[in-house]
Structures are given as structure tokens and as C-alpha cells.
Design a protein around this ligand. Sequence first.
Ligand SMILES: Nc1ncnc2c1ncn2[C@@H]1O[C@H](COP(=O)(O)OP(=O)(O)O)[C@@H](O)[C@H]1O
Ligand SMILES: [Mg+2]
Length: 359
Amino acid sequence: MKSSSRWHYSRADLATSYLQQLEAGLNSIAIFAERRKGKTEFLLDDLNPVARDKGLRTVYINFWERKSDPVYCITQGVKRSLEEHSPSLFKRWKKEFSVKLGAIQAKASIDPTTHPELSTEALDMLVKSKDAVLIMFDEIQHLATNPEFEDLVSSLRTFLDTNKKKVRAIFTGSSQDRLNKLFRRQKAAFYRSASLVDFPDMGEDFIAFLIGNFEELTGRKLSVQKAFDIFQDYNNSPFVIVDLLYTMMREGLYDFDKGLSYYIEKNNPSEEWRDLWDSLKLIDQVVLRELILESRPLYHSDTYKFVGDILGIGKVTRGAIQTSIKRLREKGILNNEGHGQWAFESKEFRAYAEASNNT
Ligand SMILES: Nc1ncnc2c1ncn2[C@@H]1O[C@H](COP(=O)(O)OP(=O)(O)O)[C@@H](O)[C@H]1O
Ligand SMILES: [Mg+2]
């Protein structure tokens, strides 16, 4: 966990507004935003301090900390929170829980199918004091990636329901489709357990703050407008613009044209999209391009012929297209919008696919 840096632009107002919504009766809220939109930094550097100032005990759990083992992610999050904020409970944790956990963890990872109760036992430690608790679950959609995590999801739901007087939760997700799977499907354990709220993009005030920072550190003034254009070109992701400014500072480049071309040459922001694109089967690439072009219905004989021609097999079947869509969905690339509509999870990847002609 990195501490708040001088490059951190405070979003305390947004944190306060979420906490007000939680106090006003929504026990849990879920926010969705694409990767690198600033969710994690927001939880750790904005929501966490504001919640603590209000007297809440806070816990941060990230399901990407160890993707194979969500129970571990939970116990680690709880442990960190107790260690940091409540010495007496942490003592108790060490006495009652650590030994047991150690014994199980010694057998490599905790099997989420056989030990979901460990996560609730750990979470129970948090509600032993009278303080209200805010649990931040980062990358919650990960729990929708494996049917083996279902028991864990149910026990989390039960924990939240039984402790609703004391416990508030905020979930973040970077896949709309998986988030829907967890919260919107009637059969899902989290069904309607959280209200989806908007996580707004940052705006020009954020960019002006960064440029001011750059000037203080280097004595050089850069154009806010130019920086804002770059920010928008890269999907309003704070990651690229902050990383670019760091790089320019480090390399002594005080001009955006030079800075950006140097940055792109060194670490092309679309490189990870290229890797993803290259990892796809040809049929999946063709299907994605068909979805972008929208020149004809996906399930239509002209499409079967067109796709078949590219693959060099004359014609594909309806089933082949269905399987391709299913694969793209499982990979987290496509999101089911209902009524046979498919959307890209990532606007950036959509733009990459649109620009790439090498299918
Ligand atoms: N409030 C902020 N102020 C300054 N930079 C930020 C802010 N939020 C995010 N960033 C930059 O964007 C990067 C990615 O943010 P992160 O929180 O990891 O995104 P996400 O969790 O949505 O994938 C951070 O490492 C940081 O450089
Ligand atoms: Mg994150």
C-alpha cells in the first residue's frame, strides 16, 4: 500500500458523498470503472482517511492480491486492519486465529471450497468492538470468475446481512459484466445487496493540479489544455498522464510533443492491448471487428460467409459465432448488454481493435 504522494489529487468530496449515502441507509454500494481509472487510489487515499476521521474502523481487501485465493485476500485484509488500528484485537487475532490459519496455510493456498468459513471467522473479529466498520472490497468481480468461489460469496452476503447495523461495504469492480453477474442476477448470492453508484472521471481541475505540481517541482510551465487533451485521448485515465509527467520530469523534457513521443516509444500504452489482441483466435478478432462495424446482424448468413472467407473455410456456423462470443465474454472482453447486444468492457481496447487492420 503506497501512502498518499504529492501527486495525489484529493477526492475527499466524493468520499464524503459516498459515506453520506452509506449513512443514509444504503448499507453497501458498488462502483464500476475500467482499469486505471483511480479506484484503488481513491479507496486507500481518499475514502480510507475520510472514513477514519468519521470514526469508522476501515478494512481494505483486494481480491487481486492473490487471485487464486480469495480467502487469503480477506484474512490478510483483516489482519492488516487489526494490526494497524486495534492492538488489543490484534493480540486476540494472534492468539485465536493465527495458529489455525498458519496450520491451514502451510498446505499451500487455502482451498476456497473447503474453508470459506475462515473468511467469516476473520471478519467476525472486526465486529467484536463497538465501532462501526467500513469494508472496502476491491476487484470484487474476481469472485465471479470461478464457480468455486460461490460458497465464499454466500458467506460474505450472510456476514453483511447479519451485521448490517455495524458494517458498511463498498465494492469496486473493473468488469461490468462480472459485476452484473454478482449483483444483478436473481440467483446470485449478492443479488441486490448493493446499489451501483457512479464513479465519475476526473476533470480539468485534476489536470490543473498536476500541471501546478510539475511547475513547482521543475520551474517549467506546461499547457493545461494540452495536458487535458492527452488525458482525454487516453480514455480519461489518470495513469497515463501522471506517468507521462513523471517521465518528462525525470528525463528533463519540458515540452509535451517531445515528452509524449518519448513516452510512447519507451512504453507504448497500447502494448498490453496488442498482447491481448494477438492472444485471440482469428475468429474472435473477426467477430470483434464485426461488432464494431455493425454493418450487418451478427447472426446472419452474410456474416457466416464473410467470417468463413477470412478464415479460409468458406462459411462458419451459427454455433461457431456463439462459441466465439462466449469465449470473448469469459475473457472479460465483452459485456452482455441484454437483447443480444454486446459491448466492449474496455473503450480503450475497442479503440485498439478498431484501429488494428491485421485480422
Ligand atoms: N486521485 C489521483 N491523483 C493522482 N493520480 C491518481 C489518482 N488516482 C489515480 N491516479 C493515478 O492513476 C494510477 C492508476 O490508479 P488506480 O487507483 O490503480 O486505478 P484502478 O484501481 O482503477 O485500476 C495511479 O497509480 C496513479 O498514478
Ligand atoms: Mg485497482
